[in-house]
Design a protein around this ligand. Structure first.
Ligand code: SAM
Length: 272
């Protein structure tokens, strides 16, 4: 996978040289280049912002440096034409924005399949909207939000997204099995985990985990997933596809006050 990030603070992205993503870059599993937007300005002050049309507080990022920066990461015109003829997808331009679609694990999986991701880190009040219109002819443009709050810039959002997407690229996480049982991989939260010692400051590891009975452990973990999701994220259960849920799981959900109705989990009103 190839990743390009455009920012006025390239140093912000330095932590992506560390840990699993750093190693994946070293091993050639993904390339990640960070570009300074100011390198695409033409004035002495390397200006990237200006006052907003229509008035109002704050500054808006100027369109031309963005067009120049984005053009610089696009494959050459001819190559692009050939790739499209061959049916390859366009590079995906991810524009972090609190006004974007919410970033999810499902989106991370989808983006991990792409060959080329470009991230455009906004600052100030954001990027002149025409950059997105212009980009739609060249990229698959996706405004994406990390969550319902406002950050100072796109860099922190990009770090989170690159880490979530990058770890799904085959080979980046050594034990691929650890990706399967994670929170959000199947629409549920992960069960609690414990390590040695079994007794610590008068807190004990649940006995079942010391039993060596793998069937019982799997069952217990599954129940914990249900309980934890019902308690912490009931909104996830509303979205959960319960069509193929086995009887034992339906029973466990029934104990938590949920019935399966038309393939969906529905909380019994009397369950509170
Ligand atoms: N005026 C914008 C609005 O209300 O939608 C917010 C601009 S914010 C101060 C500056 C930049 O931070 C945005 O352009 C975006 O790149 C980034 N940003 C802020 N909050 C974000 C979020 N929740 N998710 C992703 N990016 C965010």
């Amino acid at each position: 996978m190839r990743i390009d990030v455009v920012s006025i603070f390239p140093e912000y992205l330095e932590p992506l040289k560390l840990s699993l993503i750093g190693k994946a870059r070293q091993d050639g599993l993904l390339s990640l280049d960070v570009h300074d937007l100011r390198d695409f300005t033409t004035d002495r002050h390397r200006t990237v912002d200006d006052t907003p049309y229509g008035g109002g507080a704050g500054m808006v990022m100027k369109p031309e440096p963005w067009a120049q920066a984005l053009e610089s990461v696009l494959p050459p015109e001819a190559e692009r034409g050939a790739a499209e003829t061959a049916g390859d997808s366009r590079p995906v331009l991810i524009v972090p924005s609190p006004a974007g679609a919410r970033f999810t694990q499902a989106m991370a999986y989808e983006l991990a399949e792409e060959e080329h991701l470009v991230f455009a880190c906004g600052r100030y009040e954001g990027i002149d909207e025409r950059v997105l219109d212009w980009s739609r002819e060249r990229f698959d443009v996706r405004p994406v939000s990390l969550g319902d709050y406002v950050l100072n810039g796109g860099e922190v959002a990009v770090m989170a997204m690159v880490e979530a997407i990058g770890r799904l690229v085959p080979g980046v996480v050594g034990n691929a099995e650890s990706l399967i049982e994670e929170s959000h991989s199947d629409g549920l939260l992960e069960y609690p985990v414990y390590t040695k010692p079994s007794s610590w400051r008068e807190h004990e590891v649940p006995e079942v985990l010391l039993s060596g009975n793998h069937g019982k452990i799997a069952r217990w973990r599954r129940h914990q997933q249900f309980e934890r999701t019902a308690e912490r994220r009931p909104d996830l259960l509303e979205e959960f596809d319960a069509t193929a849920l086995p009887g034992a799981d339906r029973e466990a959900f029934a104990q938590l006050g949920y019935d399966v109705v038309d393939g969906r989990l529905r909380r019994r009103p009397e369950a509170g």
